[in-house]
Each structure stands twice: as structure tokens, then as C-alpha cells.
Design a protein. Sequence first.
Length: 171
Amino acid sequence: MGDLPWENQVKYLGLILDSKFSFRQHAEYNSDKFWNKMHTIMPLIGRHSPLSLNNKVLLFKQILRPIRTYFHPIWCITAKTQRRKFQILQNKILRIMTNAPWLARNDVIHRDLKIETIEEHVRNISRKFFTQLQDHKNPLVNGQVEYAHRNGKYPYPYSTTKWSLPLKLHN
């Protein structure tokens, strides 16, 4: 039996882990997957689609956004540039869906469509995820929750990193 070869990255449960935990390869893979799906449903959400804007938003929320936010708890440790790239993609899609002119501000489009930015959405689903972990019936799962105060280093309310301060809330 030979030794296992060393790899710089490995795919596990749809998440591509690299040796530096930068998640750059995962972001690139995720971006390609997103655009492939986007081109598939473009006739439904494009500028000339007969669907109403509400239906386009629903398709965006149900099909496209979950691709971008898969493994949302890791986004607290990804580089800000990676998160920014995801926001740029979301802005492009919303502009295509609404046929908005170039001078329309992105925050106005988000507000009018009642769609959260990527940062807000990931923050909310991460908070919900960690709250559910804390309230889980299984003590093994419940004991894995580690909290960290927002110290400016991680933009999300709870950090999943092992090097964060284990400040567990007690009921």
C-alpha cells in the first residue's frame, strides 16, 4: 500500500476546502455553478420575461440565492473580497430582473424588491443556525456552540472558528 497523495484542496459535502482556508476555490466553483443555473432560468427572469416581478423575485430567492449562500456559517471567516464578489453578482441579477437603468442605486433596488444584501442575508441565516444549535435537544450538538462577541474581525454575530473565545450563553 502506498501513501496517499497530498492535495491542495478537497471537496467535502459540496464545500471545497483548501490548505489556507481562503475558500477562493469554493467561491469560484460556486460562481460557475451560479452562472450555469442563471443561464438556465434566464428566459424566466430576464428583461423580456412575461413573468411578474414578484415571480422573478421568488425564483431568485428559491433557486439562485441558495447556491450563493450554501455553507453560510463559513462566510464569517472568508475574505471580504469574496463576499463582495457575491454581492456584485446579486446586484447584476437584480438589475437584469428589473431592467433598471444604470443610474439606479443598488440599495434602492434591494429596498424596492425587499431583498436583503448578501451580508444581511448571511448574517440572519447564520444567527438562526447558531440559535437552533444552542437550543438543540442533543447535548453533543448543543455543546459544540461557541460564541464570540463581535470584535470587528468577523462581521457576523457568531463565529464558528475554534480560535474564538468560547463565551457560551447560559439560560
